[in-house]
Design a protein around this ligand. Structure first.
Ligand code: ZN
Length: 191
């Protein structure tokens, strides 16, 4: 089922590697099927290199597996929580890309200091409060609480990494790449 979406989500996951945003099996991308409210997400523990569309896992909006020969990414409940609360979001990416994540180290939002930043993200990238990793929806609810407006494209997960949100999986990865590039520039400027 959802063959086209599986291809798109698989390609978007591999794009994380091409853009230099992840190492090893870290990071994950999902896409939402808008008609039936399914989520297609990266499988747990499969390398980016070996990953094929057939390895993608289909779940319902509560994270229950509908189809897949692997378990879904351990972040499935965070993705599902955001999809439930943000009807506009069709794709989500999570990375620990170093420059953007350096703000998570400091517990600070990423300030909007360049025009391309404002053009893409509207303003500062908010950061979550501390969250409960043990709770199923700890990450998801922290992300939603951190969103100051209804169309936030990115949120920093405190002491962890970043999440980005797009119209589809490829769009979410695009925002992850843009944010990393902006953060790198800010760090070069000592900000
Ligand atoms: Zn993570």
């Amino acid at each position: 089922m959802l063959e086209e979406l599986k291809e798109k989500v698989c390609a978007a996951n591999k794009e994380l590697v091409k853009q230099g945003l992840v190492i090893l099996t870290i990071g994950n991308v999902s896409g939402r099927d808008r008609r039936k409210e399914y989520v297609v997400i990266k499988p747990e523990g499969v390398s980016y290199e070996e990953m094929t569309p057939a390895d993608m896992v289909v779940t319902g909006l509560n994270g229950e597996v509908v189809e897949g020969s692997h378990p879904p990414s351990g972040y499935i409940h965070a993705h599902c929580f955001v999809y439930k609360h943000r009807k506009d979001v069709g794709g989500i990416a999570h990375t620990h890309s170093p420059y953007a994540t350096s703000y998570a180290v400091q517990g600070k939002p990423i300030p909007a200091l360049l025009i391309p930043h404002t053009a893409n993200f509207g303003g500062d990238i908010p950061i979550t409060q501390k969250y409960d990793m043990e709770h199923k929806y700890g990450i998801g609810s922290a992300l939603i609480k951190a969103m100051k407006n209804k169309n936030e494209k990115a949120v920093i997960l405190d002491r962890h990494g970043i999440f980005t949100f797009g119209n589809d999986a490829a769009d979410a990865v695009k925002y992850a790449a843009i944010l990393e590039d902006l953060a790198k520039t800010y760090r070069a400027a000592g900000r």
